[in-house]
Design a protein around this ligand. Sequence first.
Ligand code: BGC
Length: 358
Amino acid sequence: MSCTNTATNTGTSAGISKQPFGQADAKNVDLYTLTNKNGVQVKISTYGGVVTSWVTPDKNGKASSIVLGFDSLSGYLAKPPYFGALIGRYGNRIANGKFKIGDSSYTLATNNGRNSLHGGNKGFDKVVWTAGAVTDSIPSLELSYLSKDGEEGYPGNLSVKVVYTLTNDNELEITYDATTDKATPVNLTNHSYFNLTGDHANTILDHQLQIDADYYTPVDSDSTLIPTGELKAVKGTPFDFTTAHRIGERIDSVPGGYDHNFVINRKGDGLQQIAVLTDTLSGRKLEVYTTEPGVQFYSGNFLDGSFKDSNGKPFNKHTGLCLETQHFPNSPNEPKFPSTILQPGAKYHTVTKYKISW
Ligand code: BGC
C-alpha cells in the first residue's frame, strides 16, 4: 500500500536488518525489517513496538502492505490512533479510570472521555522499547520495556517482553510475557489496522470476516463503549460472524460501527484459530490464532481522514480494521470476566499469531 514503506521483497534476502528511524524521548529509535524466505517482509519500530508495514504478495504476485502505517517516525509522533502499536498496560477501556485490587483503590490517567483507554496518556504505544535478542534464521525480534510503579496510575513495576517472529509459513507470531512486583491489571495486544487489498483507497467493507464467538460483550452506550457486564448471544444479530459475512453487510444496523469485544469459543488454553478475514480483490486471507479469551473487532469507525500517508492519501473511515486479541474490556471492574490481575511471582504469557496467505 502506498501509505507505508513500499519496499518490496525484491532482492532482499531472508533475515533481519536494522536501520535508524529517528529519535523519541531523546532516545534513538530503530526500524527492524524481518524478511522470510517467501519474501514476506514486516517492519517493526522500537517506538511503540509498531508494525509499520507488512508486505506480502497478492494473488497476482503484486507486493503491498496489508496494514495501515507511515514510513517515517514523525507519522507516529503525531499520535495516530494506535496504528500497528503494542498496547499496554491495559488494552481497551477501564471505566472511569478506576479499579480496586483487594482494599487498594487506583486511579488511572483518563484519556477517552471519562475512561482510560489503551494504557492512558502515554501507553506502551508511545514509549521506546529496548531491542534485545534478534534471530536471523527465522527472523525474530525481542522488545522489552519496564513500566514503572505508578506509571499512568498503574501499580507495580511491570517488566514486559514481546517477541515478534516471522515464520516461513507466513505467520507473524507475537508472544507477550510480563512479571510484576505488585498486583496489577495487564492486558497486552497489538493494534494493527488490516486492509488486505493493500491499498487504503479501498475500505474494508467488502472483506469477509468469520469470528469463532457465540457471544459478545454489549456496551453501555455508543459513546463510552464500556461493557454492561452481560455476555449476549450473537445469534440473530449483526454480531453473528460464526459463519463468514461481508463486513459491510450489516454494519449500518450497528450504531457507530463495529467496536466490540467478542467472547471466543475457547477450546482449552492453547493457541486456537479464532478469526478468518478474506478479501477477494487481492485473494489474501488472514487467519488469527490466539490464547486469549476475547478479540476486539474494530471497523476503523473513527478514522476520519485527518491522518494521511506520506503521499497525502487520507486514512478514511473503514479503511482499516483491527482484530485485537485480548481479555475483555473493563475486566478489573467485572468480577465475572476472566481475571486480568497479574500477581507478583506469577507469569503473564499470551501468544497471538496472524497467518497470511494469498
Ligand atoms: C477501540 C476504539 C478506538 C480505537 C483507536 C480501538 O481498540 O476499541 O474505540 O477508537 O482503538 O483508539
